[in-house]
Design a binder for this molecule. Structure first.
Ligand code: 6CS
Ligand code: FE
Length: 305
């Protein structure tokens, strides 16, 4: 059975021919019975996450708590070494920072935040096990200049390019600077986590060098997106600094260009179940670098007060 699991790809994607979307096979909430209510989330919140594929919390952290993080981000904008380092992605053709990956390894302050018990306990409640950090990043979206992210399922990429076997991970997105209507907030399609949409097209080696600036491969087709949007609509949770959005790894999401003068910076921590560690990439390519997909430390995260 073990060997079968290794080779069988339950989520075929990135093929030359289009396959239709199909129902999710994994649970959304992985804890069972009494374990489901064993954590900070109420029954109603767990049910909501299960139904919609995300939960949002206005002012989850105090605004003041976020100030030191925001100051650190500002310092990074001036840091040429960091700007030229591997995990930093610049906007296409520009010098502006788009994302810094592996932020929990760059900064002790961010590392501690990934282990904040207020986050970890909710994540463990939903994923039903201990968890480790698959990926962390900051997405910058400076006023006037910040570009968007096209519609995608993170799991589709993590499965095909990183070998994440099953849907048992989630992202915590912490809003560092207020996300409003006009500065390109995260948009999600509620309910979309319940289907897997295979995407068309083989994955080139080193695809991440392009996809992190502008995604071309691993983008769901317009017909499937239209069907889901028509049925479920789109939501864009907004809130001040310190707000939190937790979204399931297969929930379709994207965001617009920031045309306003107000910067939008969000922090993303991706937690994966220790029972869902990475295989070889299902697309057949070499694994992506560590800053995108952690393969060296799958030990359970311990809370830091
Ligand atoms: O390639 C990745 O891993 C990712 N890309 C996107 C657009 N979202 C999630 C993740 O950072
Ligand atoms: Fe994403």
């Amino acid at each position: 059975m073990e060997a079968m699991q290794e080779t069988q790809d339950l989520f075929p994607t990135r093929l030359e021919r289009k396959l239709g979307m199909f129902e999710r096979i994994d649970p959304v909430v992985h804890s069972q019975g009494a374990q489901r209510s064993d954590g900070p989330l109420s029954e109603a919140q767990v049910d909501e996450f299960e139904a919609k594929g995300f939960l949002s919390f206005e002012s989850f952290f105090d605004k003041e708590e976020m100030d030191a993080f925001i100051q650190e981000l500002r310092d990074y904008e001036e840091d040429d070494d960091l700007k030229s380092s591997e995990g930093t992605v610049l906007e296409p053709g520009k010098q502006e920072i788009r994302s810094i990956f592996g932020i929990h390894e760059v900064s002790e302050r961010f590392r501690r935040l990934t282990r904040d018990p207020r986050l970890l306990e909710m994540v463990r409640q939903l994923l039903g096990s201990d968890v480790y950090m698959h990926q962390s990043r900051i997405n910058y979206k400076p006023g006037f200049k910040g570009k968007g992210f096209d519609w995608h399922s993170d799991f589709e990429t993590w499965h095909s390019e990183d070998g994440m076997p099953r849907m048992r991970s989630l992202s915590c997105s912490i809003i560092l600077t207020e996300n409003g209507e006009f500065n390109g907030p995260l948009m999600l399609i509620p309910g979309s986590h319940n289907v897997f949409i295979p995407c068309v097209g083989r994955t080139p080696e080193n695809n991440y060098k392009e996809s992190l600036k502008s995604q071309e491969i691993g983008v769901p087709d317009v017909r499937s997106l239209t069907e889901l949007m028509t049925e479920y609509g789109i939501e864009a949770p907004k809130g001040p600094s310190g707000s939190l959005i937790m979204f399931e790894c297969n929930t379709l999401h994207g965001s617009n260009t920031n045309m306003s003068c107000w910067p939008r910076s969000n922090l993303f921590f991706v937690y994966n179940s220790v029972e869902n560690t990475l295989h070889n990439p299902y697309c057949g390519n070499r694994p992506r670098p560590e800053f995108l997909a952690n393969r060296k430390d799958w030990s359970p995260l311990k809370p830091i007060e």
